[in-house]
Each structure stands twice: as C-alpha cells, then as structure tokens.
Design a protein around this ligand. Structure first.
Ligand code: S3P
Length: 173
C-alpha cells in the first residue's frame, strides 16, 4: 500500500481547498484527479461530460487511479465526488493510501455550490433536490470506502486539518 492521503466526499465538501492546505501543513504535494484528467484530455470536466459522456469520464477516473498507483506516494490526492461510486475503484483507492471522507450536509453543499456552473451534474432545474438525492445515495458508499471520516460542516480549516492529521496518524475513525 502507498502512503498517500486520499480525500473523498461530495462535490463542495472542500476536498480541493482542504487538500491544498493539508499539503502545506504536511509538506506534501497535492494532486487532484479532475485536474489530472483535464490536463490529459485538454478539456474541462464539463466539456468531457458534454462531448464524451459521463461513462467515458468515469473510465478516465479509473485509468487515473491505476496510473497514480504506479507513480504517486506521500501525496495528498483529492478525487472527484463520483469516483468512489465505481465499485472497482474501491480496491484501487485502498492501494493508494489512507482514504479520508469529508462528510458534509446537503444544506451546506447547496449553500456552497448554488452559483457554481462547473459541476455538470448540478446544472439542473432543482439543484437542491439533486444534491439531496445524490448525497443520500452516495453517503453509505463514501462511509464504506473510508478509513477515516471527518465531519466538515461548521468547522474551520484549521480544525479540519488537525483532525485529519491526528486521525491519519492513528488511523482512528
Ligand atoms: C462529480 C464531481 C466533480 C467532477 C464531476 C463529477 C460527481 O468533482 O468529478 O463534475 O459525480 O460528484 P468534485 O467533487 O471535485 O466537484
């Protein structure tokens, strides 16, 4: 098993913003699977969804994990919110390192993302309802996939970082 810290969780749970700060805090480099895919494809995630479809994007996520297993170690890796929903990705995530689930309420997600236009899955008439439905379906999968769960709603970055660092060391969930 590699020694990375992998951040999973719903869109808007702060995987990227927490990941960047965690990388400074732990002096490790940070990588984001969405950015990795966008660089490879020379397209944004929204363009990939529109031109190639969601399934193609999901296959790219799995390819990304496979490549990272060969190359990434002692890094912070933030993964797209839907990536853990593919069963075959679970074993790949475990091989990559400690999986940390950033748990958030649907209300907090909505507040953070109500003006966002970069998440194709939320460009619908009723994003609030979409968030609730998706989160209900995904939360048990995130829980099952995680070594560590950190509740992020109502906490500042410092509290979140300290909790992750503490729990990763002891790996207590
Ligand atoms: C998705 C989450 C996004 C991105 C894509 C699909 C999802 O990443 O991978 O829009 O299915 O939840 P973030 O979780 O970083 O927003």
């Amino acid at each position: 098993m590699k020694n990375n810290i992998i951040l999973i969780g719903f869109m808007g749970s702060g995987k990227t913003s927490v990941g960047i700060r965690l990388s400074y805090y732990l002096k490790q480099t940070m990588l984001d699977t969405d950015k990795w895919i966008e660089k490879r494809q020379k397209m944004t995630v929204s363009q990939i969804f529109a031109d190639k479809g969601e399934e193609a994007f999901r296959a790219m996520e799995t390819d990304c994990l496979r490549e990272l297993i060969g190359s990434a170690d002692h890094q912070i890796i933030s993964v797209g919110g839907g990536l853990p929903m593919r069963e075959e990705n679970h074993a790949l995530l475990k091989k990559l390192g400690k999986v940390v689930y950033l748990k958030i309420t649907p209300e907090a997600v909505y507040e953070r993302l109500k003006s966002d236009t970069t998440r194709p899955l939320l460009q619908v008439e009723n994003p609030k309802e979409r968030i609730e439905i998706l989160l209900k379906e995904r939360a048990p999968v995130y829980e099952a996939c995680a070594d560590i769960v950190v509740e992020v709603s109502g906490k500042n970055f410092e509290e979140i970082l300290k909790e992750i660092a503490y729990k990763v060391k002891g790996c207590v969930s």
